[in-house]
Design a protein around this ligand. Structure first.
Ligand code: NDP
Length: 246
């Protein structure tokens, strides 16, 4: 416990993968957690169940982050249930890979809607509502920097998230709220593993000098640092959590 027992954290896309690990870690650190999900209701309730089984406090909250009204309702629900919001972790995201030549409009529009507009929607609510002393942590990606073929649209959405991170730091001057981004490298979740041949997974696993894939808990540790008391002086930074890949 870090003493943050009265602090409330919204984690988007927290039913599965990295988001679920972040939700469970923050709950273990004493935060009350809003476990946001889009479609995975049962998984979100399971995350809440695991948190409560360890003595933590959490609720599940359905909202498609690309829907501004739904995001506003989620913040309303958090404020009604717990009195306010202190931490936003913008974790919800999708990844669709294709070269620019082979990318269709749906690939472009869907990633912009969830990764970029979705982050914008939650950041806008957080900018209006976060309590003094709050923290915002946006999930970028180490593909911003690696720029491999096939990642153009996905990387563009994450570069946009990084840009909003840097601007928002300045817009929140005077409110004692930090805004940072975590940029994971390949991490063992459905987003990374699904649809990739084993040979590609093997190659990407060996890319980091630490010679393994990131685990959701590795990323949750970095988020917990930025959300907790030890991260108080870190502001406007992009922290690459990737085992040394770049
Ligand atoms: P997963 O595919 O495992 O999980 C994605 C989560 O995002 C799900 O919980 C899903 O919710 C949620 N989500 C998707 N669309 C929406 C939406 N419209 N509204 C609300 N929630 C939504 O992905 P990861 O855990 O791997 O990814 C988490 C974040 O980390 C993403 O932002 C990703 O870009 C980033 N990242 C991941 C890396 C990796 O290698 N895994 C590397 C670098 C960055 P539901 O199931 O309810 O639909």
């Amino acid at each position: 416990m870090n003493g943050d027992t009265n602090k409330v954290a919204i984690v988007t896309g927290a039913a599965r993968g990295i988001g679920a690990a972040i939700a469970e870690r923050l709950a273990g650190d004493g935060f009350t957690v809003v476990v946001n999900y889009a479609g995975s209701a049962a998984e979100a309730e399971a995350v809440v169940g695991r948190i409560e089984a360890k003595g933590g406090k959490a609720i599940a909250a359905q909202a498609d982050v690309s829907d501004a009204a739904a995001v506003a309702r989620m913040f309303d629900a958090a404020q009604t249930a717990f009195g306010g919001v202190d931490v936003l972790v913008n974790n919800a995201g999708i990844m669709k890979l294709a070269t620019i030549a082979e990318s269709d409009d749906a690939l472009f529009d869907s990633q912009i809607a969830v990764n970029l507009k979705g982050s914008f929607n939650t950041l806008r609510e957080a900018a209006k509502r976060l309590r003094e002393g709050g923290r915002i942590i946006n999930l970028s990606s180490s593909v911003v920097g690696l720029y491999q073929p096939g990642y153009a649209v996905y990387a563009a959405t994450k570069a946009g998230v990084e840009a909003m991170t840097h601007v928002m730091v300045k817009e929140l001057r005077g409110r004692n709220i930090t805004v940072n981004a975590i940029a994971p490298g390949p991490t063992a979740t459905a987003l990374f593993l699904d649809g990739k041949p084993q040979s590609v997974i093997d190659t990407l696993t060996k890319l980091a000098p630490l010679e393994r894939l990131g685990q959701p808990e590795d990323i949750a540790s970095a988020v917990a640092f930025l959300a907790g008391p030890d991260g108080a002086w870190i502001n406007g930074q992009v922290l690459r959590a990737n085992g040394g890949i770049i």
